[in-house]
Design a protein around this ligand. Structure first.
Ligand SMILES: [Zn+2]
Length: 472
């Protein structure tokens, strides 16, 4: 059997329907399930033909409209007629691109090329957005392969094109950020309070550089009643990481009067960096999630300590677990004075020391206990280093305040680990990493359309006179 799909264009006034175009579909006599219905290839062929026709008709009408002089209304003289290749989601389309001279009436408008003016990058925004989104989420070759699978075959779906378009969108975001940094535009809607969760991670840098790993600082800015916004900055890109973070905070509504609370893991590097990047009025709060993880690691290590015959191992495990729980309780319930937690740690050390002596007298190895004691000493140093950032987590939680950066951990996974981790076998230049992160952040913040071209930014007004670029 065969079917014929006809495409007919009807002008807006309905008076001049253009000639139709037919797409012929053939399917074999029905014998197996695979013969039922249209195939993916049929669908691609139909959509590609439909797109060719729709794009050609739309641009012909647009060029005719653009030809009219905006001063006197007469048709301007034709300079020449070229062809332009335009990439669309349904394949690559070649269209006629006429160029018009200045009008004889002496209008000030220069010669124009309407198609080049309307689509200067020769790719439609929907495809640009799709390629940027997929290229930011997946390795470039896999993103290109997925597009080739579901969309009509075209050379615009190669991995190189996908990479170039991700970079193009990333560069647009980078340019906007530079403009914001230069002008320091005050926020449109100032925020009274703001909570910023910050974390850091590393990705592999390209070989031959002094720094083989690139440090990425990322976080989530939360403003009450406005939702949250994610940001990611490559720290050693151009020496302006501090300005980048400050610009993002300003965009989210930070003014000199905004009360900013920073949540971070309290590591030395991060603490020093935040101290230099943000002014002293910012309140720093040690992240509960990192505290909890450290204690949990020690609690699990208890299960692997050696047994001794002097005491039932269940009793000993119970006592040691209780000691860790006591440390956790003192931290959670607001011992802003770190000494009470210090007492709890000492109590745990005593338990471990008794255990250690019993193991030694039994003539067995005490490596694991020593390791746990070292961990405990390091934890104590960590708490003293962050003593000013400890708060009453219980009260803060009851008051509805943010006490943990677990949500930032998930942001790290979404932004970096799934796309830029070691498993992907990719190495990144600082700028390449920053541009890809820009696209991933924009996709996560739901504003990718703004940079990949939307109706408001790409649709030129009727009869617009775009001057021809010198290279054309
Ligand atoms: Zn004119």
């Amino acid at each position: 059997m065969h079917w014929i799909v006809r495409i007919e264009c009807e002008a807006e006034d309905g008076e001049h329907p253009s000639s139709s175009e037919a797409i012929r579909i053939e399917r074999p006599r029905l014998e197996i399930a695979g013969d039922v219905g249209l195939t993916l290839e049929d669908g691609k062929r139909i959509m590609a033909a439909l797109q060719r026709r729709v794009v050609a008709d739309q641009l012909r009408e647009y060029c005719d409209r653009s030809r009219r002089c905006s001063s006197c209304g007469a048709a301007r003289p034709l300079k020449d007629r070229r062809r332009r290749v335009i990439d669309t989601v349904f394949g690559r389309v070649t269209v006629a691109s006429p160029r018009y001279k200045r009008c004889r009436c002496g209008s000030h408008h220069e010669q124009t090329a309407p198609v080049s003016g309307l689509i200067p990058s020769r790719v439609l925004p929907e495809l640009l957005r799709l390629q940027a989104k997929l290229g930011a989420d997946l390795p470039y070759r896999r993103a290109a392969a997925i597009l080739r699978t579901f969309l009509p075959e075209a050379t615009c779906f190669s991995h190189a094109t996908t990479r170039n378009r991700v970079i193009k969108v990333g560069q647009a975001i980078e340019d906007e950020l530079h403009a914001e940094m230069a002008h320091r535009v005050p926020p449109l809607a100032p925020a009274q309070t703001m909570v910023v969760g910050i974390d850091g991670c590393f990705v592999k840098g390209i070989r031959g550089r002094r720094k083989t790993n690139l440090e990425i600082v990322l976080g989530r800015v939360e403003v009450p009643c406005r939702g949250s916004e994610v940001f990611a900055v490559v720290r050693h890109l151009d020496g302006r990481a501090k300005e980048r973070v400050r610009t993002v905070l300003r965009r989210c509504g930070r003014t000199p009067d905004t009360a900013v609370t920073i949540l971070s893991d309290g590591e030395d590097g991060m603490r020093t960096m935040l101290g230099r990047w943000l002014d002293p009025t910012v309140m720093h709060r040690l992240d509960w999630w990192h505290l909890y993880r450290r204690l949990e690691k020690m609690r699990k290590a208890l299960l692997y300590l050696p047994f001794t015959s002097d005491r039932d191992w269940r009793d000993r495990l119970r006592a040691e677990t209780w000691a860790i729980e006591h440390i956790r309780w003192t931290l959670w319930n607001g011992c802003t004075c770190v000494y009470l937690t210090d007492c709890a740690i000492t109590q745990f050390c005593v338990e471990l020391e008794i255990h250690r002596r019993a193991v030694l007298s039994a003539g067995r190895e005490v490596d694991r206990i020593d390791h746990l004691l070292e961990q405990l000493a390091e934890f104590r140093r960590y708490l003293y280093g962050n003593a000013e950032s400890l708060v009453n987590y219980n009260h803060a939680r009851i008051a509805g305040e943010r006490v943990s950066t677990a949500h930032v951990e998930s942001t790290v996974n979404e932004l970096v680990n799934w796309r830029m981790c070691k498993k992907q076998q990719m190495r990144w230049s600082p700028l390449g990493a920053q541009l890809l992160l820009h696209v991933r952040v924009a996709a996560l913040n739901g504003c990718l359309e703004r940079y990949a071209g939307s109706r408001s930014t790409t649709t030129a007004p009727a009869n617009d006179d775009q001057p021809i670029a010198k290279a054309a």
